[in-house]
Design a protein around this ligand. Structure first.
Ligand code: ZN
Length: 433
């Protein structure tokens, strides 16, 4: 009797990774972000941890100093901590400067951020480029604050340090690259954005396992905005030359309907493949134009960069009520959600890998009898198969990729791929692109 091994489902595995790292104190710099990268490197050792130095100028921006928080709390007159960074790192304004003083409620309120629409959630607020101190708290508790004197204490420091990011590269037969990107700067929130980090880690492992991939893959884990801008600045020539498609990955852990945010004009291969995969698999999705862009597609798609990067998400950022609050937690993301998102992205990658443009290698119709190719595909009525092969060849003119071909000759994409494989093996067709 063979020992039975409990197979861990991919969704469960990804969910567990998320649970481990969700509460790291991430920001655009600092230990929580570096620890996040170290964690994903344990899963895929080929992810390289790299850095840029603070105060480096990148296009119109400057990489800020590193930020570190020792403690942050508010005490009432009885010395009871009503807010403590140690219980949830969202309580402190991200990149807050230090403060230590006693304040009246009316004064204190000027430096507290809440979200009245989500009264039970601690909102996520940042102030990377405006030096200020502040706390974030649940609006329901904020409303009940008594009119007394409070002691506020934030011990943080800023210093010339490093902004870390992760990079995974896989070389394929072609120099053409697919770019997959996620951001690593949000603390303690599950769907936006821990889900993107762990899903992309799982995908990097999948991509690593593809034998003889056609495309090269560039996968990056960067702090949102400044990290993406730095990465583009550093790699602009390479990216412009090689990147043909890609996606920003975020909000992929809930199990609700999918969303797709188009590239700037919605007319790139990234748009085409994403929409095709949804339709081919009869998956419902909500389409958003670039006018509603929200994450690093803003940088990749900007006019002088112009990289064809879309975004495949579940419920997208800004469109669920827990977004950017402490209620975006591990209950919001599910094993099923992760599993389905992983499989969807896998399908997208598989279509990129299989969707070539072929051209007939012979003049006039091939002499099919010579090749005895019909036996290679089982389970289909032979006449229909011969007709499909014949139609495939008739439109295999170096102009149509397999997606277009499957539409023209009205067969399933998968069948089209199988026919292409067999014809290619028999040298009846050749790869154009
Ligand atoms: Zn966000």
């Amino acid at each position: 009797m063979s020992k039975s091994i409990k197979k861990i489902n991919i969704g469960e595995e990804i969910w567990k990774w998320a649970k481990k790292i969700i509460n790291y104190n991430r920001s655009i710099t600092g230990k929580g972000t570096l620890d996040t990268l170290k964690f994903i490197k344990l899963i895929n050792e080929d992810i390289k941890i790299k850095f840029a130095s603070s105060r480096t100028k990148v296009f119109d921006w400057i990489i800020p100093d590193e930020w570190e928080v020792k403690e942050a709390y508010i005490e009432d007159t009885k010395k009871t901590k009503i807010i403590d960074f140690k219980t949830n790192n969202l309580y402190v304004l991200n990149y807050s400067i230090s403060v230590k003083k006693n304040l009246k409620l009316s004064e204190l309120k000027k430096n507290i951020f809440t979200n009245p629409k989500v009264p039970k959630g601690i909102p996520y607020r940042t102030s990377y480029y405006n030096k200020k101190w502040g706390f974030c708290m649940e609006h329901s508790r904020y409303k009940k604050l008594k009119n007394e004197t409070y002691h506020v204490c934030i011990q943080s420091k800023f210093f010339k340090g490093k902004m870390h990011y992760g990079e995974f590269l896989k070389k394929g037969k072609s120099k053409k690259e697919i770019l997959l990107s996620t951001y690593i700067c949000h603390p303690s929130m599950a769907n936006n954005e821990t889900s993107g980090i762990v899903l992309l880690t799982a995908l990097s492992r999948y991509i690593k396992s593809i034998k003889n991939s056609y495309y090269s893959y560039r996968i990056i884990f960067v702090p949102e905005t400044i990290g993406a801008i730095y990465y583009i600045h550093k790699n602009l020539i390479k990216l412009k030359k090689n990147v043909v498609a890609g996606y920003v990955i975020s909000c992929v852990g809930d199990n609700n309907n999918y969303s797709y945010i188009e590239t700037r004009y919605g007319n790139t291969i990234s748009d085409k493949i994403a929409k095709f995969v949804f339709k081919e698999n009869k998956i419902k999705f909500k389409l958003y134009s670039y006018l509603t862009r929200g994450a690093d597609e803003r940088q990749f798609g900007s006019p002088n960069i112009n990289l064809p990067i879309g975004s495949i998400l579940r419920t997208r950022h800004g469109r669920y009520k827990e977004y950017h609050t402490s209620l975006d937690n591990m209950q919001l993301v599910t094993k099923e959600g992760f599993e389905n998102s992983f499989k969807l992205y896998q399908k997208v990658i598989d279509v990129f890998e299989s969707n070539r443009i072929y051209k007939l290698n012979v003049y006039c119709e091939p002499f099919f009898t010579k090749y005895s190719i019909s036996n290679h595909i089982g389970g289909e009525i032979i006449d229909q198969l011969n007709l499909n092969i014949s139609n495939f060849c008739a439109y295999c003119d170096g102009e149509n990729d397999l997606i277009q071909l499957s539409k023209i000759i009205n067969i399933k994409y998968e069948t089209c791929v199988k026919i292409a494989e067999i014809l290619y093996k028999n040298k009846i067709i050749k790869i154009i692109e």
